[in-house]
Design a protein around this ligand. Sequence first.
Ligand SMILES: *[C@@H]1O[C@H](CO)[C@@H](O)[C@H](O)[C@H]1NC(C)=O
Length: 344
Amino acid sequence: MGTMLKLTLLGVTLGFLGERIYQFCHKTGFFKEVELIDLPNCQLVKGIEYGSEDIHLLPNGLAFISSGLKHPALKSFAPNKPAEIFLVDLNNDVLHPKPLQLSKDIDASSFNPHGLSVYIDERDGTVYLFVVNHPIPEYNSCIEIFKFDEKQKYLLHLKTIKHPLLQSVNDIVAVGPESFYATNDYYFESVPMKIVEGFLGLKWTNLVYYSPRNVREVAPGLYSGNGIVISNDKKFIYAVDIMAHAINAVDVDTCPDNLFVDPVTGDIWTGAHPNAYKVFFYKDEDPPLSEVIRIQKIHSDHPIVTRVYVNNGSVIQGSSVAAVYKKKLIIGTVFHKALYCQLD
Ligand SMILES: *[C@@H]1O[C@H](CO)[C@@H](O)[C@H](O)[C@H]1NC(C)=O
């Protein structure tokens, strides 16, 4: 790929005292009012109650869901429950999430999955699941690579990857059985320093390429790297900078989180945070909102941005991803439930 591959950075960004506070509030959407948009045909996914931060779809309609993400700065409705990776089948009208068993060499009690990606070996169809892991209690970052056994609903652990350039990974996109692009959401590893970094609005995070023989920074200068995907023709990588409010310089006026590329149309979908402040300072009586956005014709002069769904938190809180398969839409959240909708 290398030179062929163009990088496009989507913007979503967090914000020096005075001006920094205003910037911080503006960037997190603190003052924002949103108009709600409902979809007629949605149901909550039974069995997903503690997050569905990232969702990754296979060509056959099966989807992996990372659930139970924990972080000192984030709400958890089940702080003592180990996180899981669920499998759902979007060919069904009602979803029945199945937890995937992890091979024994992974410590299930400290497992803390965040971003997901899949690489499929075209020669034999082997499915490799890449998982950003922040093992508890350190919350540091590593990438776990698993081989997926569909019959046994089993994830065989192949490898743990750690590297100084992968210090605070948010999301990844796999491009080979052991290679990937990753976004860092912070420059610092320690939680207090992360808070300072976010508040000062330092643009010190980046996008990194990893392969066993070559690890390098490919794009510096992000406020906070977040969702990352590759286009269907493998020529573009789209990544979110979550305090710039844009994707590929397309202004989406919200904080996009994870991205999804429709395998059929190439449209880009995101689960977004109209008010990211509410995600980090959780209040039961004023919960974080959810928003699903679709971007069509991202490479044209006039990309089309459509708000597909906006909820005030009464149904679903803190949407972080949206994926579509055959007229069905699944919406995942940082720490709340998951919603499954029929699109017409
Ligand atoms: C959300 O909107 C519904 C109406 O759609 C309203 O009943 C509810 O009180 C609102 N909740 C919040 C937290 O604003």
